[in-house]
Design a protein. Structure first.
Length: 543
């Protein structure tokens, strides 16, 4: 970590926020020193992002500041007129958002989006602006910078888009950079690159960073000091090393426990001869079409000769970076891709040879839990209607509505939700609760295999732990098998019996979880493990 000069850049003093009679933040106080990375940690709804919006003075009009102040270089931000504050935003304080795709304008080139910030705050000529943008792109590690100036956001990967957001934030050389969950949805290798980039920029420029996250592994990697938030209050704050060695509050201890990989599940599947799913030489090649006649000029080999097996009542984790083919395998097993070649045998039945009508019974036996529970649930339907829909379309159970309602209530209780939630709508639930509803919907049709496609990637560490425990319990209760698709290495031991590692459409390594995590044979697997945060890496090596 860099040496601090002990001069306070930002001071948040006794900040309290209210909306009507509800307290959102209660007497929040912390300082950020020059050149320091200060990490604000907590679950969704704890008040982390509200604190950052208060610093930027971007709070919704309904929220009122009932007490406190925020000082930048000793000057009250709340006392400034809006015109002065507009000059501070972007120039003195900049922000990196959690989701770069929604934060970038899809109809503007990335070069012009960064240039717009520079023109707003700095008095430079057009050619100087472009040169500054290109130098920023180089600083954040983009290649072919002059060519990519004219690219649009959709032409970039998630990690590249996040680099553009960092370049935009750095454009006017701010004193404080607010990073709001900047690595939440990124692969472990891209996450490591972004974290290293932020540390390098901090060291080179001497800027301060307010790093907002719920990932304890990232905190251990990044922070000089840490503050834990819960229900709008700061529970404790300390120097990073002291914090991890000696956490004071029970809540903090639980967050740390949930962040560390659990012991592996029992490894008795080597003797399991009961194969539920067998995939042999699976290929999914998407045609590349060009020209006015859209002739096929080549193929994207999304999945290229994959073999895998899932025994009954067991879990196979499928791991790899974005674009490795993980989700495509899930879609192929679900018979959703016409480009599928090879063999997919489920209970010794070859699914690739069945027509649409013959596949219907297997739609019931193979279900899916999606990555984003909110977009996967129809906002206009109640929870009861969402779960009932699958039961009706696949003719599962009784057609009597009263009996269905009873079954739905039982399912909600099975996934630790209240039975009377049956009449509520998706927007009334938290992310973790919505994911539980997705699990209940999948269980409603009594499946034998559930494909879990990154079901915990957007969840807080404690909610993630709850969902994983729930999935394990349901496996014991219902003997259901899981294909668990993920890029998060830390959760594999707590959910999977075996792990398969994918790269560029091919399997590069496969084995029992503890063996692959502890003694990876392939360079790519070693690279994935090396990219994991230190806290996670050390725990995995100790399995």
């Amino acid at each position: 970590m860099s040496q601090k000069n002990n001069k306070t850049l930002l001071c948040v003093k006794d900040l309290s926020l209210h909306v009507n009679d509800q307290v959102l933040l209660k007497n929040i106080s912390f300082d950020i020193q020059r050149g320091e990375i200060f990490s604000l940690v907590g679950e969704s709804g704890s008040g982390k992002s509200l604190t950052s919006l208060a610093i930027m003075r971007l709070l919704p009009s309904a929220i009122r500041i009932s007490s406190g102040d925020i000082l930048l270089n000793g000057q009250s931000l709340f006392a400034l007129p809006e015109l002065r504050m507009q000059h501070i935003r972007g120039k003195s304080i900049a922000m990196i958002f959690q989701e770069p795709m929604t934060a970038l304008n899809p109809v503007m080139t990335i070069g012009e989006q960064v240039a717009e910030v520079i023109r707003l705050h700095l008095d430079l000529k057009n050619n100087e602006v472009k040169q500054k943008v290109i130098s920023l792109f180089k600083e954040v590690g983009l290649k072919n910078t002059e060519q990519r100036y004219d690219w649009y956001p959709h032409q970039l990967s998630g990690g590249q888009k996040q680099r553009i957001m960092i370049a935009m934030a750095l454009a006017c050389e701010p004193d404080l950079l607010i990073a709001d969950e900047p690595t939440t949805a990124l692969d472990v290798t891209i996450q490591a690159q972004v974290l290293n980039l932020l540390k390098e920029i901090r060291d080179n420029r001497g800027l301060s960073i307010l790093f907002i996250t719920h990932d304890m592994g990232v905190v251990a990697e990044m922070a000089d000091r840490v503050a834990i938030m819960r229900n709008g209050e700061i529970l404790e704050q300390a120097d990073c090393q002291h914090f991890f060695n000696n956490p004071q509050k029970d809540y903090t201890k639980k967050l740390l426990k949930d962040a560390i990989p659990a012991r592996p599940k029992k490894e008795d599947l080597q003797n399991s001869s009961d194969k539920l799913l067998e995939v042999s030489n699976l290929k999914v090649h998407f045609p590349i079409r060009k020209g006015i006649f859209q002739r096929v000029t080549g193929y994207v080999k999304a999945v290229d000769g994959v073999n895998l097996t899932i025994p009954k009542a067991k879990t196979l984790a499928l791991v790899g970076e974005s674009g490795s083919g993980k989700s495509t395998i899930g879609q192929a097993i679900l018979s959703l891709l016409k480009e599928t070649q090879g063999s997919i045998r489920f209970n010794n039945v070859e699914l690739t040879e069945l027509n649409k009508e013959q596949l219907k019974p297997y739609r019931r036996k193979i279900q899916v839990i999606f990555q984003d529970p909110y977009s996967a649930l129809n906002p206009r339907m109640t929870i009861g209607e969402i779960i009932r829909e699958g039961m009706n379309s696949l003719k599962v159970g009784s057609g009597d509505k009263a009996e269905q309602n009873q079954r739905i209530r039982e399912l909600l209780e099975k996934v630790d939700l209240k039975a009377d939630y049956i009449h509520r709508y998706p927007h009334e639930f938290s992310g973790g609760q919505r994911q539980r509803i997705g699990i209940a919907r999948a269980l409603a049709v009594e499946p034998e295999l559930i494909i879990c496609d990154e079901p915990t990637s957007a969840l807080d560490v404690s909610v993630r732990s709850q969902v994983l425990k729930l999935l394990s319990k349901l496996q014991q209760d219902y003997d259901v098998s899981y294909l668990f698709i993920t890029h998060d290495l830390s959760i594999i031991p707590s959910i999977a019996h075996e792990v398969t590692v994918m790269k560029e459409g091919k399997i590069v390594e496969h084995g029992v979880v503890s063996e692959v995590m502890k003694n990876p044979k392939q360079a790519y697997t070693q690279k994935l493990l090396k990219s994991a945060p230190k806290l996670v890496k050390e725990a995995l090596m100790a399995l």
